[in-house]
Design a protein around this ligand. Structure first.
Ligand SMILES: NC(=O)c1ccc[n+]([C@@H]2O[C@H](COP(=O)([O-])OP(=O)(O)OC[C@H]3O[C@@H](n4cnc5c(N)ncnc54)[C@H](OP(=O)(O)O)[C@@H]3O)[C@@H](O)[C@H]2O)c1
Length: 259
């Protein structure tokens, strides 16, 4: 069946892959963006401007917008404004992050509050928590690879996943209908940042030297313990090594083209 689907954040790194997947499945997909010409509908989740028009007659909403640069502070208002126009939809799917209830990181606390708003709203929903994307870790390593010494929290653990694999999972969940909290979604392997950086350096010969920066406190402890991973939910998709071998600089440039 063809659904009319609104994707918030449909111009973002994940969102644009979700839009592509859903269109491949034949759905009628609208893309909300603050920028004229970037999506199909102009709107701002912070002010609420344009979102009733974008959501009119919609069956499903995929909510993948986030204001990462402001630690997700505006995300709570985004979600509240979206919920106001989501009454009557068959499903609202929210993209969240593994471990946000175990790591006292400001961005994660705001995401947890968004999840709670959605749960309390009574709107039929699905919350999918995913681990960090290959593209995100790739962008960090790409940023530091030109530095003489790259300071990194090498003892942090990650279970990175390809944004394309998350997009595929979202498309499946859109098809199957609202499930509440979906099983967490993580990449094929849990590795320390030292191991991930080694794969990167072997492929790209940069950064020449890495240096472990100690991150004190509860946040550092949580990432060292891998609270952001879900080893019981391993998804057998693209590995980090495959991502690195696929010319990740260009892959990231492609996913970040909207910026
Ligand atoms: N990156 C990761 O490793 C990761 C891992 C797990 C889960 N997630 C979650 O996945 C989601 C997508 O992440 P991403 O990295 O793909 O994000 P991203 O590339 O930073 O894109 C952010 C999107 O949010 C939209 N947006 C921001 N403020 C808005 C506003 N006021 N009104 C309307 N749209 C607004 C932007 O649209 P315009 O600029 O076009 O308006 C853009 O499309 C987020 O919820 C994130 O928490 C990310």
């Amino acid at each position: 069946m063809v659904d009319r689907i609104l994707v918030t954040g449909g111009t973002g790194a994940l969102g644009r892959l979700v839009v592509g997947r859903l269109r491949e499945q034949g759905h009628d997909v609208r893309v909300l963006s603050r920028r004229s010409g970037a999506g199909t509908h102009v709107g701002d989740l912070r002010t609420g401007e344009g979102i009733s028009e974008a959501a009119a007659g919609i069956d499903v909403i995929v909510h993948a917008a986030s204001d990462v640069r402001r630690w997700g502070g505006p995300d709570i208002a985004h979600t509240e404004n979206l919920l106001r126009v989501a009454r009557g939809v068959e499903q609202l799917l929210y993209v969240s992050i593994v471990g946000i209830d175990r790591i006292p990181f400001r961005y994660y606390r705001n995401k947890l509050a968004c999840e709670q708003r959605i749960i309390d709203s009574g709107v039929p929903h699905t919350i999918l928590r995913a681990t960090q994307f290959h593209e995100l870790l790739g962008s960090v390593l790409q940023t530091v690879e030109g530095w003489p010494v790259a300071p990194l929290p090498l003892d942090f653990r990650f279970q990175p996943v390809a944004a394309a694999d998350v997009a595929r999972r979202i498309a499946e969940l859109v098809k199957s209908g609202p499930v509440g909290r979906a099983p967490d979604f993580g990449g094929p392997e849990v590795q320390t940042l030292a191991q991930l950086a080694e794969v990167w350096r072997a492929a790209r010969q940069r950064p020449r030297r890495v240096f472990r920066i100690p991150v004190p406190g509860k946040i550092g402890r949580a990432f060292r313990a891998g609270e952001n991973t879900c080893p019981d939910h391993v998804h057998d998709g693209q590995t980090w090594a495959q991502f690195v071998a696929s010319d990740p600089a260009n892959a990231y440039r492609r996913t970040a083209r909207h910026r």
